[in-house]
Design a protein. Structure first.
Length: 336
């Protein structure tokens, strides 16, 4: 009796990216382990994890630059495991890949650089000038059109690389640590540009280990650690699941003597439903964050407990959960 099921094109049509038990090993080292995910068209998918977690390896497999050791994935309905030339050509036409370290030709002008890649993608010569002007305007580099790349700032270079990634109008952007090394202003400019690309219908996978880069723009998130995908889906859905069980409470406490800190920590940890605590400042340890399991009734019970234990509270407030809290909870990053 046949037991294996194949995924049909119709099953992948609703997703720009669909991965099914994707794995990659290098010798005895398992870099990516059994990753399964689905990413809808138009999503900005934040791929979060510490350095060495498997983000780059996963993205390189999706970009057809690495062959999976096991599993399957589809991009725009096309299998990354189908190595026929026609399939690979169609697949790569759907993908714009921007690696974490970008090869830039310093002795070219911005226009020459984009013309080179337009030719590499067989874009008709009569279309190139208008396309390049549009891309430079999109990434706010029109004024640098005839400037040499060696004279650009790091932020400008990243935006030029993004323009190169867009030259063939891909449906999917794979951006590996695109904000690495950028100053705060350049990061804001890049974030706004990616939001605009999402509004234009692009699906974006952006990897980072800096959570603040992703908090304000991601509609979806995947958390990977040691090659294993721990959570994946809409940010709102993951928040809803976490908030059914875990809540974050911020406490503001009157400054206490140093020798009383561990006593206070013990009292906080022994509260009903408390799973972990951490101080939010070094001295004088007035702000604490408490991870609590339970609903609003349990929070009320916890507040009564603190009052009964004479904890010198100035503030007790549940905090809205963000990507940082998701990451800490999913990866068990709290000190308990």
């Amino acid at each position: 009796m046949e037991t294996l099921e194949e995924t049909s094109p119709s099953q992948t049509a609703d997703y720009t990216v669909k991965a099914d038990h994707l794995s990659k090993t290098f010798g005895s080292f398992e870099a990516v382990r059994d990753v399964t995910l689905e990413i809808e068209p138009g999503a900005i998918y934040g791929f979060i994890g510490p350095n060495g977690a498997g983000k780059t390896t996963t993205m390189r497999m999706l970009a057809t630059l690495l062959e999976p050791s096991d599993g399957e994935a589809w991009v725009c309905g096309l299998s990354i495991n189908d190595h026929h030339q026609e399939n690979l050509a169609a697949l790569r036409a759907c993908i714009g890949y921007m690696p974490d370290f970008i090869g830039i030709y310093d002795k070219m002008t911005c226009r020459e650089y984009l013309e080179f890649f337009a030719a590499a993608y067989f874009i008709e010569p009569k279309r190139r000038a208008g396309l390049i002007n549009d891309l430079l305007e999109l990434v706010d580099l029109s004024a640098k059109k005839e400037s040499y790349i060696e004279g650009l700032s790091r932020g400008m270079t990243q935006r030029l690389a993004l323009a190169r990634t867009l030259i063939h109008d891909p449906k999917l952007l794979l951006l590996d640590e695109p904000a690495s090394g950028l100053d705060p202003r350049a990061r804001v400019e890049l974030r706004e540009l990616l939001k605009e690309l999402s509004r234009m219908g692009k699906t974006i996978i952006i990897s980072s280990h800096i959570l603040t880069e992703l908090t304000e723009m991601c509609s979806h998130v995947g958390i990977i650690e040691r090659g294993t995908l721990l959570a994946s889906g809409k940010v709102s859905d993951i928040l809803g699941k976490l908030n059914q069980h875990m809540r974050i409470v911020k406490l503001r406490i009157r400054p206490i003597k140093a020798e009383k800190v561990e006593v206070l920590r013990g009292i906080l940890l022994n509260g009903p439903g408390v799973k972990a605590v951490r101080p939010l400042d070094s001295q004088p340890l007035t702000d604490w964050e408490v991870q609590v399991e339970g609903n609003e009734a349990e929070l009320n019970q916890l507040l009564r407990y603190f009052v009964e234990k004479n904890v010198p509270l100035f503030g007790f407030a549940e905090q809205p959960t963000n990507l940082e809290e998701i990451f800490l909870q999913v990866t068990k990053g709290y000190v308990s």
